[in-house]
Design a protein around this ligand. Structure first.
Ligand SMILES: Cc1cc2nc3c(=O)[nH]c(=O)nc-3n(C[C@H](O)[C@H](O)[C@H](O)COP(=O)(O)OP(=O)(O)OC[C@H]3O[C@@H](n4cnc5c(N)ncnc54)[C@H](O)[C@@H]3O)c2cc1C
Length: 221
């Protein structure tokens, strides 16, 4: 017996009647994307708090201003940077449509690249302001935008998770089966709010359990 498993992706897997409500514009089923700035710093920040939430005024693109950002260092994992150096990252909630339009402009990528550079420089200045030992020691600045997530991960609208839970949300889960389609079980982050890796993994397990039940085979974890 042949079974198909679908890795449910946001575009097609919006929960049935909630398809329209699952659009990016929805307040009930919102999705989020971001500009992600990663910095290689030639200083050891391991004595600093793991995360600093700091006020800021950084436009993450299209006038969408961030008033606060979390600066996180990864010194707890020694393999992420050479001894005496640190990786720091900042994530700024961003507007997918604005970035998509900028990235695909007919006149080229200059404006897109300039925006990335501007945001990278502003975040680098913020890092230097809050970690004085990093001043003049930022060696690498890498900026990923919502279209980077889309390009590298095929993430729908650059989202990092599925729909966020909100008080008005009625749909918490989507069935693994589709009406009228036999031998098909879907798995993936869009089946259970708010998505993420744990949801993708557990729904994959559930899909296998469905197959085992249908085949009368004992599921062995
Ligand atoms: C930048 C970023 C950071 C993240 N950070 C975290 C984190 O810290 N913690 C966490 O829990 N989660 C995080 N996530 C989310 C996590 O990566 C996803 O929840 C997880 O990858 C979802 O797994 P999935 O199998 O449902 O979908 P995916 O991993 O998106 O896999 C779906 C696959 O289907 C393919 N596909 C899509 N459409 C079609 C089609 N029509 N035909 C054939 N193939 C198709 C895609 O190319 C893709 O390979 C992050 C995501 C991103 C983008």
């Amino acid at each position: 017996m042949l079974y198909a498993a679908g890795a449910a992706d946001g575009d097609g897997a919006a929960p049935g009647a909630a398809n329209a409500a699952g659009s990016a514009a929805s307040k009930v089923y919102p999705i989020y994307t971001s500009v992600h700035v990663s910095l290689g710093v030639g200083a050891d920040l391991s004595r600093r708090p793991h995360v600093l939430h700091v006020p800021c005024r950084i436009d993450s693109g299209g006038g969408r201003g961030a008033t606060e950002v979390g600066l996180k260092h990864y010194c707890y994992e020694p393999s992420f940077a050479p001894p005496g150096k640190s990786v720091v990252r900042a994530m700024l909630v961003a507007d997918y449509d604005w970035w998509k339009a900028l990235r695909t402009r007919a006149d080229g990528r200059a404006a897109y690249d300039a925006e990335k550079e501007r945001i990278g420089a502003e975040v680098a200045a913020l890092v230097e302001a809050h970690y004085p030992e990093a001043r003049g020691k930022i060696e690498v600045v890498d900026v990923a935008t919502p279209t980077t997530y889309e390009r590298y991960c095929n993430a729908w609208r650059g989202t990092w998770m599925a729909w966020a839970n909100t008080p008005g949300a009625k749909i918490r889960g989507v069935p693994a089966t589709l009406p009228g389609l036999t031998h098909f079980y879907q798995a993936g982050q869009w089946l259970l709010l708010p998505g993420g890796l744990p949801v993708a993994v557990v729904t994959g397990k559930w899909a296998i359990q469905h197959v085992c039940r249908a085949e009368k085979v004992r599921f062995r974890p």
